[in-house]
Design a protein around this ligand. Structure first.
Ligand code: PLP
Length: 440
């Protein structure tokens, strides 16, 4: 028998966005282990030896120190472990001259939790019973935003404008003719660099968003899970942006600590305090072991340095190789467009006028033993029909260079077949989708 679920229970106990397709991906990978799958779907960061060694060293230091008992055998403050708060304050004041104090900082168990707290603190029904939305000014964006609100219908996303750059390249920009930020908005949220597209919204565009939100005292949450100073997964010049109504949100997951669940928010005291109380009610505080080793790595400057010299080049090189492989392998006469690779750990391919859907294409590519993620998972909160949402795929840069290049060869082969024989491709793809549904 199904459990009796409340409205919140129903909202939170379903898989959203990419997690729904992940079920098919995991089952596919497990079904026949003898098949040499090329997995270009993963969001889990690569374990880089230098980064693992750094975390191991700081763990040893902690184990050998007098602080060990205090860190793991006792509760602490909801705001975060004191030395980590201090390390964050020092680092940002030293590096960017922000002039923050520890009252501006909050540590959460991963940044996903931070978005959950914020989406429910600032979005939903306010004390006057008025609905306040969480605005995603540029769709597509991180699929995980789709599951952060307890109240259905809170997310409101906007279609972007598409700038066609050189041949076969494009970039999304916020469409300021449509993005609306007013007293009905509780918060604004976007990732920069963006998962899934690798886009970095320009500094001028971020400032325009911040300025639109400021008169209504709406906080703008800049999800910097891939940004400088750590993990520094930006392949273009960018710096963190700070303003009174900005909540700068960071994660240590792509800097080698996803298992420790560490998110960092830097913002105005009133916003940080509200989120801190929410955290106190929800989970008391974040795990202190992760916080203690992060404090050491941030304070010494080593995390920022290795992010710049190890993490960033690892993924930048892979993006360059992927881009070159697409230029080499894809038919030049077809309308394919790779999003400008400005950061994060993914590439995003748009196939204009694709004769089948992105999910059908995903199943077709699977036939070549390559797994990508259908793009339609990455438009949380977007209302209305837009063909574009079914014309994209996300390709992960976490596989090896050899796998990425072999994957691109296979993807190019499928795409050529699909465009050149759309009727056959459509019938075949529908059969694959039906077969996958029957296996569920
Ligand atoms: N934001 C973005 C853009 C992400 O890609 C991810 C994870 O992939 C998260 C947030 C969640 O990260 P965390 O591990 O800090 O919860």
């Amino acid at each position: 028998m199904e459990p009796h679920l409340t409205q919140f229970g129903q909202q939170m106990s379903r898989l959203t966005g990419v997690r729904a397709i992940m079920k098919d991906i995991v089952e596919t990978l497990q079904a026949d282990p003898t098949v040499g799958w090329i997995n270009l779907s993963a969001g889990n960061p690569v374990i880089l030896p230098e980064i693992e060694a750094m975390w191991r060293r700081y763990t040893h230091e902690l184990l050998d120190s007098d602080h060990f008992g205090e860190v793991v055998c006792r509760y602490g403050a909801s705001q975060g472990y004191e030395p980590l708060l201090e390390a964050v304050v020092d680092f940002f004041n030293r590096t960017y001259g922000w002039g923050i104090t520890r009252r501006n900082v909050l540590i959460t168990p991963g940044s996903q939790t931070l978005y959950f707290f914020a989406a429910n603190c600032f979005g939903g029904f306010d004390s006057q019973g008025q609905m306040r939305s969480i605005v995603l000014p540029l769709s597509p964006d991180y699929t995980g935003y789709g599951g952060v609100s307890l109240t259905p219908g809170v997310l409101k996303s906007y279609r972007p404008t598409l700038d066609i750059l050189a041949a076969h390249r494009f970039k999304y920009r916020p469409d300021f003719d449509h993005v609306q930020i007013d007293h009905t908005v509780g918060a604004v949220l976007f990732s920069r660099p963006c998962n899934p597209t690798g886009n970095v919204i320009s500094e001028a565009d971020v400032k325009q968003i911040v300025d639109l939100a400021a008169p209504y005292e709406v906080p703008v949450m800049i999800d910097s899970a891939y940004a400088p100073p750590f993990p520094n997964l930006a392949f273009t010049d960018m710096a963190p942006i700070w303003a009174e109504n900005v909540i700068h949100c960071m994660s240590l997951s792509k800097a080698g600590l996803p298992g420790e669940r560490l998110g960092i928010a830097i913002g105005d005291r009133k916003h940080i305090l509200a989120l801190e109380c929410f955290q106190s009610n929800a989970n008391i505080h974040s795990s202190r072991y992760g916080q203690a080793i992060a404090a050491r790595a941030i304070q010494s400057g080593e995390l920022a340095e290795l992010s710049r010299t190890v993490i960033q080049p690892h993924y930048a090189t892979k993006f360059d190789r992927l881009e070159a492989a697409f230029d080499r392998e894809m038919p030049q006469d077809l309308p394919w467009y790779l999003h400008k690779g400005e950061g994060a750990i993914f590439a995003w391919l748009w196939l204009k006028d694709l004769p089948i859907t992105d999910v059908e294409l995903y199943h077709e590519i699977k036939q070549e033993h390559v797994i990508v993620v259908p793009g339609s998972s990455f438009f949380p909160g977007l209302q209305g029909e837009w063909q574009h949402t079914q014309q994209c795929i996300r390709i992960s840069l976490t596989a090896t260079i050899e796998e990425i290049e072999a994957g691109v060869v296979a993807i190019a082969k499928v795409i050529e077949r699909v465009y050149n024989n759309p009727c056959k491709a459509h019938q075949e793809a529908q059969q694959l989708v039906l077969a996958a549904a029957r296996e569920e």
